[in-house]
Design a protein around this ligand. Structure first.
Ligand code: NAP
Length: 290
């Protein structure tokens, strides 16, 4: 199938490569050559604008950073919408605001272009191994058309509702992830303060109900002080902004998420936006040394 793919970053690059390896024809565009080069080397065709990508493809994926980027790449001056053929599908897999997603879907519908919001969980490892969890919002028949491609990218693929529902579920995912990450960091601090080896603490917890992917993967990063991203603090900060804006719009009190948001904001203020989000441990260490 002819597929457009825009956003070959930490997540998008391995995802696009998985589609190429599955035998699909990929058309791409990037604002920097370095970003798209690995896809071109793997056989993708480069185009001059997002609109040209859309004109060549039946289904276009976007995996860019934030809501503004999605709006730019899809609806911008040279955006996908200007080349997309009627009946084609744009699938945004970035994490972006549910309200913006609904607006974009409405704009595209005016041109008879379909949209799905399909954010993911599972990180760089899930993207490389094709084991992402994919939460999809949009029309059921459009979901069915894209499903075979989702099955190349992920393992747990759930159609969760209409436009925007995928992004709402991703926000729910970020609430659980961020509170768990804060919990793991606090457990490490508490063990250390008591003179107990935090590595042994983690090992013990991994056999019980406190176990989680976050304890395994991010817990280890915290212990090793290895904050190479992974999932960047600046993206986590962006996601918590989406969570808190949506919570306020819907009058949903989220005291835990609000607290963790403040911790993540303090990392941004310390100029640590490029680190892995497990650097939330550093924010806690700073609090502890005050
Ligand atoms: P990333 O490494 O920063 O990659 C983003 C890519 O999008 C970059 O290649 C960037 O191009 C491109 N891009 C951004 N804005 C653009 C624009 N306006 N026009 C053209 N290209 C643009 O980010 P990532 O970690 O892959 O994350 C991508 C999305 O997945 C984000 O929404 C993130 O929240 C979500 N996500 C990430 C993870 C994770 O573990 N990393 C997990 C789940 C979900 P340049 O190279 O030119 O900057």
């Amino acid at each position: 199938m002819k597929i457009g793919f825009i956003g070959a970053g930490i997540m998008g690059r391995p995802m696009a490569l998985n589609l190429i390896n599955a035998g699909h024809e990929i058309y791409t565009w990037g604002r920097r050559f370095d970003t798209v080069e690995p896809l071109l080397v793997a056989g993708a065709t480069g185009k001059g604008t997002p609109a040209e990508v859309a004109a060549s493809a039946e289904i276009c994926f976007t995996m860019v950073a934030n809501t503004t980027d999605v709006e730019q790449v899809v609806l911008g001056e040279r955006g996908l919408v200007h080349g997309a053929n009627p009946g084609s599908i744009i699938v945004d897999m970035s994490t972006s605001a549910p309200s913006a997603t609904r607006r974009i879907a409405q704009e595209l519908a005016k041109r008879r272009v379909h949209m799905l919001d399909a954010p993911v969980s599972g990180g760089q490892v899930g993207a490389s191994q094709g084991t992402l969890s994919i939460m999809v919002g949009g029309e059921a028949d459009i979901f069915e058309r894209v499903k075979p491609l989702f099955e190349i990218l992920g393992k747990n693929i759930v159609h969760v509702g209409d436009h925007g529902a995928g992004q709402v579920v991703k926000a729910c995912n970020q609430v659980v992830i961020s509170l768990t990450m804060e919990g793991v960091a606090e457990a490490i601090l508490l063990a250390r303060k008591n003179g107990v080896d935090p590595a042994k603490m983690r090992e013990a917890l991994m056999g019980g109900y406190a176990n989680s992917k976050i304890l395994e993967v991010h817990g280890l990063k915290m212990l090793e002080e290895n904050y190479k991203a992974g999932f960047k603090v600046k993206l986590h900060h962006k996601d918590m902004g989406i969570v808190m804006d949506n919570a306020h719009e819907n009058k949903a009190p989220l005291p835990g998420a609000e607290l963790v948001s403040r911790q993540i904001t303090s990392l941004m203020e310390a100029g640590e936006g490029e680190l892995d989000s497990s650097a939330i441990m550093k924010a806690l260490e700073r609090l502890s040394s005050q």
